[in-house]
Design a binder for this molecule. Structure first.
Ligand code: FES
Length: 115
């Protein structure tokens, strides 16, 4: 049986001016292009193996964090952009640091949440 292979990202649109571009593909992965480093949560480097990568956002990949195309078989559905903005009051609260327990976590995640 063959090993799942990372999905080759489509549309290798170059980034302009350095930095990375992350594009959520409709019903598919997050495509990362440009100058980026991929690290695990302990800060260890993960070799991306290529300059443009597809990161799984469906949770079904056999080679996480990379996409292996399993989202298609799983019927994963998600828009490319948010269907509604994040609640403004929550964004303002995070910006002010009102919720100290979440201030140092990305995207306001609860530190007790573990994958
Ligand atoms: S997004 Fe492609 S396998 Fe999850």
């Amino acid at each position: 049986m063959s090993q799942p292979q990372p999905v080759a990202p489509e549309d290798p649109t170059p980034t302009s001016g350095g930095g990375a571009t992350i594009t959520p593909y409709r019903d598919g992965p997050l495509i990362v292009r440009g100058d980026f480093r991929l690290l695990d949560q302990d800060g260890n480097a993960i070799d991306p193996g290529r300059g443009t990568i597809a990161l799984c956002r469906c949770g079904k990949s056999g080679i996480k964090p990379f996409c292996d195309g399993s989202h298609k078989r799983a019927g994963f559905s998600a828009p490319s952009a948010p269907s509604r903005p994040r609640p403004a009051d929550r964004i303002l609260q995070e910006a002010r640091g009102d919720d100290a327990s979440r201030a140092d976590t990305p995207f306001g995640m609860d530190p007790s949440d573990t994958p």
